[in-house]
Ligand binder design. Structure first.
Ligand code: COA
Ligand code: MG
Length: 298
């Protein structure tokens, strides 16, 4: 099995398309991706003006950073069932963003229909589809939606937890430890892995409390998320750190790799390293972590 090269999505910042000051900041930010938002962050009276800004935004698309990567640019469109959705989608497709983020996804059909629209309008294959998981129905259908990730023609590449909407739609209590959300968040991670797509955690609304944010990022990384969606530039650095491999994990990965490289261990399926059993699956895990560190320059 060949695996895709690691593409960092540790820090993915929502930027309201209606906020010129925020838009002007994009080129200066160290986040892995930005989501130009036409949906929840934009008031109904500003929807069309916000959409009209896409041309200017994509004209000044960020160039590569010191690691040879540039910040990915995603556009979040309004639901296709809304009066703006279809025009948003056609407008976004024209600028060939790295991805188009669909809100309120409920069934696999929602992804397939948008994929058809993109194909019909000659959007290149590089335009991915990202999906908000933020409704009870999406949670119930999550395995089937994620399975589309196995078919490149579907373009599906990433799930984003829409925790504010899930809280609203289900009536659960939002607590600092997210105890009522965690079962669903773990289900999202599991589904994303089954479908071979990335999984990003929801936003932390309290953007002034960076200690609480750091705790939430550490927890999200431990839960298996690839990164976190953000609402404020002050959150970027913390997320980049939390979703990068920890120094101790890297040291352990190097030790595992070195141990399997020893002549006496050639061809062995399992070895002992410092009193612990290490199998070839741990070697694969170690190599993946080292590749991830190399990709982000850690
Ligand atoms: N992207 C880029 N720049 C941002 C930003 C964002 N999401 N949020 C804030 N900034 C900029 C501000 O424009 C400001 O720029 P300035 O220094 O040139 O004045 C600077 O960062 C500091 O902002 P601050 O004053 O601390 O915050 P604020 O009160 O202006 O904005 C929010 C607070 C929450 C309204 C704003 O961060 C925001 O709109 N976030 C995104 C919300 C969103 O997209 N929600 C939908 C998805 S959940
Ligand atoms: Mg939402």
């Amino acid at each position: 099995m060949t695996s895709e090269p690691y593409l960092p999505r540790r820090s993915v910042l929502y930027v309201p398309a209606s906020n010129d000051k925020a838009l002007a900041k994009i080129a200066t930010l160290a986040c892995d991706a930005v989501i130009i938002d036409l949906e929840d962050a934009v008031a109904p009276s500003d929807k069309i003006a916000a959409r009209d800004k896409l041309a200017g935004i994509f004209a000044s698309r960020p160039v590569a950073n010191q690691h040879g990567r540039r910040c990915e640019m995603i556009v979040r469109v309004n639901a296709l069932s809304s009066e703006w959705g279809n025009d948003d989608l056609l407008a976004a497709a024209k600028f060939e963003p790295d991805g188009i983020l669909l809100s309120k996804v409920a069934t696999p059909r929602d992804i397939l229909e948008v994929g058809d629209v993109l194909d019909d309008n000659f959007a290149p294959d590089s335009v991915e589809l990202w999906a908000m998981i933020e409704t009870p129905k999406a949670m119930l259908n999550i395995g089937a939606i994620a399975e589309l990730g196995r078919d490149p023609a579907s373009r599906l590449a990433c799930f984003l937890a829409g925790t504010n909407d899930l809280v609203k739609e289900t009536g659960i209590l939002a607590t600092p430890d997210r105890r009522y959300l965690v079962p669903w968040l773990m289900q999202m991670v599991l589904a994303a892995r089954a479908g071979g797509i990335d999984m990003l955690d929801g936003v932390s609304n309290d953007f002034r409390d960076l200690d609480a944010f750091a705790r939430e990022c550490t927890e999200a990384a431990a839960m298996g998320f690839d990164g976190k969606t953000l609402i404020h530039p002050a959150q970027i650095e913390t997320a980049n750190r939390a979703f990068a491999p920890a120094p101790e994990a890297l040291a352990q990965a190097r030790a595992v790799k070195d141990a399997f490289a020893l002549p006496e261990n050639a061809g062995k399926g399992v070895i002992a390293l410092n009193g612990r059993m290490v199998e070839r699956l741990h070697l694969a895990q170690a190599e993946k972590l080292l590749a991830k560190a190399a990709a982000i320059g850690a």
